[in-house]
Design a protein around this ligand. Structure first.
Ligand SMILES: Nc1ncnc2c1ncn2[C@@H]1O[C@H](COP(=O)(O)OP(=O)(O)OP(=O)(O)O)[C@@H](O)[C@H]1O
Length: 632
């Protein structure tokens, strides 16, 4: 969905008790926002509101509860963050000298389904409140896999370490004006102190983000328990990409006489029941969808290598692979050819996951392999079956899988993604939609390319297209053109053994656990130093150097001149980057080595981040279709 494509529509109420919102306001400076909030909007770099913001912000500023439904990537976070901050400031201004800074309470609560999303939303709120003195924002993180005693200790530490500014203190726990967290983290924070519920007695504004996930994936009880600590007088927003019965159930708990803001695709039909379809048509409007039919599963490696090496896929690329082992296999395979990539999976500590996503967004590296663990282990239906009657998830395994899939896919803002490559197919049309929703965000275009080995997978493409309501066009490869690569590809695949995959996976987790502790303080002080910890480094030390290059005789004849130019461009870039690294290392040596705990790794290079991310990734709509015009 591109923002330009959303029909400026405030939908009729999906339920009897929901009324239509006031007129849209299409300029931030016409919204009568506090000057400090307007400065915050400039910090975020937003000039004009997106459709959902134009409708939702005035609705919330009118003081009413609001139900917001709008497609992925349409700007829903700011649609609630802006009124939330504005309303807190106006409430504080109205209060007498007691003021917000001295009251030992939380003033706003944002509930999100995953830790990764909590971190992202916290960043948006911190940027928005940068010029507001005394208003604090904190991401409450539950420490998983720990005893409840150490969990409480760690929560105290987290709660006190994460917050700066004029925080309130109660019973040793420091709280912020705005708390962001999963329902479980918020509950754990409350239970870590006596009378924890009273922490939330001053809440004036509450948001449930990605509301459609909250119940359908078993967070129902935690959410209702967290919400029960919030006074009924608090203003509420329920924000979702889709409207289904789960959102409807939550609406009755959270919202009172709400206004409804529902942004529809131009092609959408306009009825509440069709909101999923509207989101999907929206994706269809801004994304190009292709699949490549292959003979064998291993051909996926051949095609991926060829497309990356020949520059068919450029810019920033998200590759979805079903399962962690499968993701490490692909990484080790790409490493052999000196094509660097990082693996994002649920085994990484939350800090590392966040840092990895930030690095990708800043174009420190361009290829991110995402391990989709739900697709590996279960169909959508079987995930549903794991819930008990109250919607509580039954198995720990299901929890682990859920965290990985939706932490990585749902709601996260991967910036300027040119391609989503479904190396493995998603489990169903809904998962296809969510993967596809990571590209074509914020008014940009994007391409989804799915690899389908054998007839079964090609049949599934037809099903996925029907379920996701998109056209997935067949991309015909002249396989003879890339046949010359087969030998080196198969040779490399043989060298990526199960043992190597296991070792690499274990080694990576150990290293990331260590790094995440060691680097926490460093990154707090140097948040922009994204290159200090490279998530895309090669996992094997001894790689055959000759595989980093493609000899001319292996190139498809029609492409020789074209690719030669590209490859020499790439090596020029590599040389430039080596030179830059040398310069950074020399500068660091002069500064002394203590500053960076990883020791001797170069600083983040902003120029590259801007150059590569902006120019090549996720172009504006109307760009030529790079896959179609590239004949293989
Ligand atoms: N007014 C604006 N102008 C320019 N860019 C914007 C604006 N509002 C949001 N964006 C950008 O659009 C992107 C998508 O925003 P956001 O993550 O809030 O979308 P979303 O609707 O919550 O998506 P999802 O449903 O996938 O979570 C972000 O990169 C954000 O910075």
């Amino acid at each position: 969905m591109t923002m330009a494509q959303t029909a400026a529509a405030v939908a009729a109420a999906p339920a009897a008790a929901v009324a239509a919102a006031p007129e849209a306001v299409h300029q931030f400076n016409a919204m009568l926002l506090d000057a400090r909030v307007q400065r915050g909007i400039r910090v975020l770099g937003f000039e004009t509101p997106t459709d959902v913001q134009a409708h939702a912000i005035p609705a919330a500023l009118a003081g009413r509860d609001v139900l917001v439904a709008a497609p992925t990537g349409s700007g829903k976070t700011a649609a609630y963050a802006i009124p939330l901050v504005d309303i807190l400031l106006k409430n504080a201004d109205e209060k007498s000298d007691a003021g917000r800074g001295t009251a030992a309470a939380v003033h706003a609560l944002v509930l999100v389904p995953t830790r990764d999303l909590a971190a992202q939303v916290t960043r948006v709120l911190k940027a928005l409140t940068r010029s507001v003195g005394g208003l604090t924002v904190s991401n409450v993180k539950a420490a998983d896999n720990k005893s409840s005693k150490s969990k409480k200790r760690s929560l105290r530490r987290v709660a006190s370490a994460e917050i700066n500014g004029t925080e309130a203190v109660e019973e040793g726990v420091r709280v912020a004006d705005i708390l962001v967290g999963t329902p479980a983290a918020i509950l754990a924070l409350a239970s870590s102190v006596q009378n924890g519920g009273s922490l939330f007695s001053g809440v004036e504004f509450v948001v449930v983000d990605e509301a459609d996930l909250v119940l359908s994936y078993g967070f129902g009880q935690d959410t209702t328990a967290a919400l029960s600590m919030v006074p009924t007088s608090a203003q509420a927003m329920l924000v979702s990409a889709t409207l289904d019965e789960d959102v409807e159930a939550l609406r009755t708990i959270v919202l009172r006489r709400p206004l409804a803001v529902r942004i529809e695709a131009e092609t959408g039909s306009g009825s509440a029941a069709d909101s999923e379809a509207q989101q999907q048509s929206a994706l269809a409007a801004s994304c190009l969808h292709y699949f490549v039919g292959l003979q064998r599963v291993d051909d996926k490696f051949l095609v991926t290598y060829a497309m990356l090496r020949l520059g068919v896929l450029t810019g920033k690329i998200l590759v979805f692979v079903n399962g962690i082992d499968a993701a490490f296999k692909l990484k080790l395979f790409l490493d052999r050819f000196s094509i660097s990539s990082a693996v994002l999976n649920s085994e990484l500590p939350a800090n590392s996951r966040l840092h990895c996503i930030e690095g990708f967004n800043a174009s420190v590296f361009d290829i991110l392999l995402i391990a989709d663990e739900i697709a590996e282990g279960a169909s959508a239906e079987s995930v549903g079956e794991r819930k008990d009657k109250r919607g509580k998830s039954k198995s720990k395994k299901a929890n682990a899988a859920r965290d990985a899939d939706f932490g990585a896919v749902r709601g996260l803002d991967f910036r300027n993604v040119s391609y989503v490559l479904n190396f493995d197919l998603p489990r169903d049309g809904k998962a296809y939609t969510h993967r596809a929703g990571r590209t074509a965000r914020a008014g940009r275009s994007g391409t989804v390319l799915s690899l389908a080995a054998n007839h079964d997978e090609q049949d599934r493409i037809t099903e996925l297209a029907a379920e996701a309501k998109v056209h997935i066009n067949s991309l015909l490869l002249q396989s003879a053109q890339i046949e010359a690569f087969r030998y080196r590809v198969e040779d490399c695949l043989r060298s990526v053994t199960k043992q190597k995959i296991r070792d690499a996976r274990l080694q990576e987790v150990k290293r990331e656990l260590l790094n995440s502790v060691k680097l926490k303080a460093y990154f707090e002080e140097n948040p922009d130093d994204l290159a200090a910890l490279r998530h895309d480094r090669a996992l094997e030390v001894n790689r055959p150097a000759h595989l980093a290059h493609v000899p001319n005789y292996l190139l498809p004849p029609a492409l020789r001149a074209d690719v030669a130019t590209r490859v020499s461009g790439m090596s020029r870039n590599r040389n430039a980057s080596k030179h830059r690294s040398r310069v950074m290392r020399d500068a660091k040596r002069r500064r002394g080595n203590g500053a960076n705990p990883t020791g001797g790794v170069e600083k983040s290079v902003q120029g590259r981040a801007r150059g590569r991310g902006e120019s090549r990734a996720g172009g504006r709509r109307g760009d030529r279709d790079p896959l179609k015009s590239f004949a293989l």
